[in-house]
Each structure stands twice: as C-alpha cells, then as structure tokens.
Write a protein that binds this ligand. Structure first.
Ligand SMILES: *Cc1c(COP(=O)(O)O)cnc(C)c1O
Ligand SMILES: [Zn+2]
Length: 499
C-alpha cells in the first residue's frame, strides 16, 4: 500500500479505485443494451455495431474536473501495476475490472515530441508527433489490447471459463499485439491470427509467430480476412480481438487522455491528426475527448483530422458531401498502399464514426472534424522526411504528416492551431517500404517515384589490403594497415581535413 500521506487530501480517496460502473454494450443501430458479462461483438438483436457505455457515468460527474486532473496526475506517481499505462484512467476505461486482473505490459504514456525548427518551418506550423510506436508491440494497438485482455482475464477468472481461444484478422499490428498479450496470459488464452497473404510486413509476420500464435495466411486483402473472422466469431466459441470488440475502443481512448494530460489539460488550440483504416482509432480519439469534456476535465474540444490515402479512402469520400442528409456510405475497393495498416475499403467502425462525428460537432457547436486525402507519394516522402528529423514514424505516421500539409495548404486549420500527429507504429515495422524507396523498387501500382534527396544507401568500403573476417582476426602489422587504409578511404569519401 503506497504512503497516502504524500498526496493532497482531496485526491486521496480516489487514487486507488474499487471496481465500479454499470458497463453495457449499446447497439448503434437499434439502441438496445446488452450486459458485458458475456463476450459480444455485434448486437444479438440486429447485428449492429456496439459501443460500451457506463450507465452509472453520473457518479463520475460528481467529482469536479479539476479534481480529476489531479487524480490522474498524482496517480502517475503511484507504483501500482494495476494503475499503470492505460489503466491510469481506470474509471474512464474499464472501471468494472478489479486492479488485480489488469494486464500491464508497458503500454501507454508514449512521448509527444515537438518537431524541430527546420521541419516546423518547412511545414509552416508548430506540430508534434505522439510516438505510439513506442508501445510494447510497437503500435498503438497495445492500448486497446491491454484493455480487452484485462477484461477477458477478469471474465475468464470470475466465470471459470477455462482456456479461451482469441482470434483476429489483421493488417499486421492487431495480430502482433493480440499475440503478445495472449502469450502473457498463456495459461488462460491461446491466440490465432488471420493475415491477408503477402499484405503484412516481414516484421509484422514475425511478431505473432514469435509469440507462439497460430498464424493463418488468407487469400485476398484485409477486408476479406475480416469477413472470415466474423464468420468464425458468429459460429464458433472464440473471443474476437478485432476492434469490433468494443473494449478495444475503450482502451484506445486513452490516447486522447494522454494528449490532454501532456498539454496540461488544455487542447482547444490543438488539431489531432489520425490515420483511418478500420476507423477504430479515430472513433476512440473522438470518444476520448468527448468523455473529458463531459467531465469538465477539458474546457474545449480539439479539432480532429482523419487522414486517408487515395488508394483506400471511403471515409474521405463519404464526408466530401457537405449535406449530412445526402451522404451515402459506400465501401471502396482498395489499391496497394504503403500505409498498409490502413489499407481498408470497408471499415468496420464506420457506424461508430458517423455517430461520433455528429456528436463531436454538436458538442463543439461548430464543424470540428475533417477528413483529408493524401497521395502515396506524399506518404512515403513525409515518412522519410520525419525520420530525417528525428522521428521514428511509420508509413501511417508519414500519412499524418502528409495530411497536416494537405490541411494546412487547404486552409482547414485556424491560425495558431498546433497539430498533434499520431505516429501509430514504429518505423522499423515498415523498413521494407523504406528499402523499396531507396532502391526505387515500388510496383507501379503504388505510383511512387523516390525523391533523390531522400534516398539513402550504404556505401561499401573495400580497402586494397588484407581485411579481417569473423573468426579470422589480423595480426598487429596487418591490422594496423587495414585500419589506416580503411580510415583513409572513409575520410576521403567524407571530404575530411587532416588535423
Ligand atoms: C491499425 C493501424 C492503423 C489504422 O487504425 P484503425 O483503427 O484501423 O483506423 C493505422 N496505423 C497503424 C500503424 C495501425 O496499426
Ligand atoms: Zn441492435
């Protein structure tokens, strides 16, 4: 038990929460509610998409917003494994889960890094990357997975379910994350993942294999594998870990809580950029800020800007029509995209997006959500530009930067508005796309021509003396000759002056 004397009196009673809340699934189609002590992914009544609601949310509004800020700020200094990471915001995530059932693998509280002066000047605006690639499986998916697996852990233990099989379809990162968290719970959860064959990077394929998941490669693109997983979860006893699982959304809402906390709970002058694939993340980001404003933890909502590649842009197309009444939802057929994690033509969370965009704009009293479209060329160029300025962003992070430049050029942002870009995964997961750029080796379907100034290649140094090899070191004289000759060649290539 931590020493409570260290903390101000007004936060002490709240720092270590007891299980609470009245959590229910709410169907976005028919409005029915369903209990959460069963695993549900679609409405048993009508098949609609679900979100989770706390019917006892009012208890939280009795605590002033300022006090909530203090609770979350002071709680970060507690050494309590059940209140680390996304569960720092326990009351807003899964208040029904007792702290001893929380799974923490180091997710959340990712850094927000301000762009240097040169990059900000090139873009024309102050902006930051929030590095969600610095999560344990190297993508933001760990936020939702920590929540979903903590809930599953609680359910399995409290209902004696025995061992469950968790399944997901994935563009690469969901499966990496699901397999990792399931591996931690390997006495209770086994995992199987379905990947579109050849459509995930080698790193993303290696992750679930290393974590011991059953890995199935399915013909087609993600949208096809998703349908197979839905068929499985409708007809067999499995736990679904796709973002149809509404607990994943709850966990991902912490992205917004952390952004607000980082900026001292004032985000009204911020524009938060999110790449859109299956649309779970943008759903969560909007829902998160809405929760904060309902509790008076923030006073104003930030702008939200969704970004899509022109090779997978159904959400962008939907919002092109300004008149809400006239909008028609239409999935698209995707084309190859370097933002492969977002290469989705029929996002599962679209009903959630439509609901939340409406609520978000209503609450803000103005249009506060935009969607912009970017080219494949701009995604790759900006990914590399960001990496060249000290950011570890993946292609989807490059997509966000491309989106910021698009929004800036189109006059979407207000004067003085600062941008926070979601770097959704680590650059290393997408090393093969960088390599294709350096080698000018993209299939023409991508439509990418590398810019000479962003290309980079290793330079081979082969001095004309005897060289060492693994297990075959050189003797003193020869080694001396090797070092001198090699250093001289490197110095010549770099144009170094002698001291
Ligand atoms: C999943 C993912 C996305 C897309 O998020 P959605 O919730 O599917 O919209 C973007 N970037 C990365 C790196 C991802 O793993
Ligand atoms: Zn329903």
């Amino acid at each position: 038990m931590p020493n409570m004397e260290r903390y101000p009196e007004h936060v002490r009673p709240f720092l270590i929460p007891e299980p609470a809340g009245d959590m229910v699934y709410v169907c976005l189609d028919c409005g029915q509610t369903h209990p959460t002590d069963d695993l549900l992914y679609t409405c048993p009544g009508c098949g609609g998409v679900l979100l989770i609601e706390d019917r006892d949310f009012d208890r939280l509004t009795k605590i002033p917003g300022r006090t909530w800020q203090d609770i979350f700020d002071f709680r970060r200094t507690l050494n309590h494994p059940g209140l680390r990471g996304v569960f720092n915001y326990h009351e807003l995530v899964a208040p029904n889960v007792p702290l001893e059932d929380v799974i923490y693998l180091g997710e959340g509280h990712t850094p927000i890094i301000q762009a240097n002066e040169a990059l900000a000047a090139e873009v024309g605006r102050t902006f930051y990357f929030k590095n969600d690639g610095q999560n344990p499986s190297a993508s933001f998916k760990d936020r939702g997975m920590a929540c979903a697996l903590s809930c599953l852990n609680h359910l399995v233990r409290s209902k004696n379910l025995g061992k469950v099989l968790a399944v997901c379809a994935s563009t690469g990162d969901t499966s990496a994350s699901a397999a990792l968290y399931a591996a931690y719970l390997s006495d209770k959860v086994a995992s199987a993942v379905l990947l579109p064959a050849g459509k995930v990077t080698p790193a993303q394929l290696g992750q679930p294999l290393a974590a011991g998941a059953r890995v199935f490669e399915i013909p087609g693109v993600f949208d096809d594998a998703m349908k197979v997983v839905e068929e499985l979860s409708d007809n067999y006893h499995v736990a679904l870990l796709n973002s149809k699982n509404a607990w994943r959304i709850r966990g991902q809402e912490t992205y917004s809580y952390e952004v607000a906390q980082w900026f001292d709970w004032d985000v009204s002058d911020k524009a938060v950029f999110v790449p859109i694939g299956n649309a779970g993340n943008i759903t969560a980001v909007m829902a998160g800020f809405l929760t904060l404003i309902k509790l008076g933890i923030i006073d104003g909502l930030p702008r939200i800007v969704g970004v899509q590649s022109e090779h997978a842009d159904p959400v962008y197309r939907y919002y092109l029509e300004p008149d809400e009444e006239k909008r028609v939802w239409q999935p698209v057929t995707v084309r190859p995209s370097v933002a492969q994690a977002a290469m989705i033509g029929n996002p599962v969370s679209m009903p959630r997006v439509i609901r939340l965009v409406r609520e978000y704009n209503q609450r803000a009293g103005q249009k506060r959500v935009n969607v912009v479209q970017v080219t494949e060329q701009a995604i790759m160029d900006n990914m590399l530009l960001a990496n060249r300025n000290g950011h570890i962003v993946c292609t989807q992070g490059g997509e966000c930067l491309a989106g910021l430049r698009r929004a800036h050029a189109d006059g979407v942002l207000s004067a003085g508005e600062e941008a926070v870009l979601d770097a959704t995964a680590h650059a290393l997961k997408f090393a093969d796309f960088m390599q294709m750029y350096f080698d000018d080796a993209f299939d023409p379907a991508f439509g990418i021509t590398p810019r000479e100034e962003l290309k980079n290649r290793p330079e081979s140094i082969a001095p004309e003396v005897e060289c060492p090899a693994p297990g075959r070191p050189l003797e003193d004289e020869k080694f001396r000759a090797f070092v001198e000759a090699t250093a001289a060649m490197v110095a010549r290539k770099l144009g170094l002056r002698k001291k």
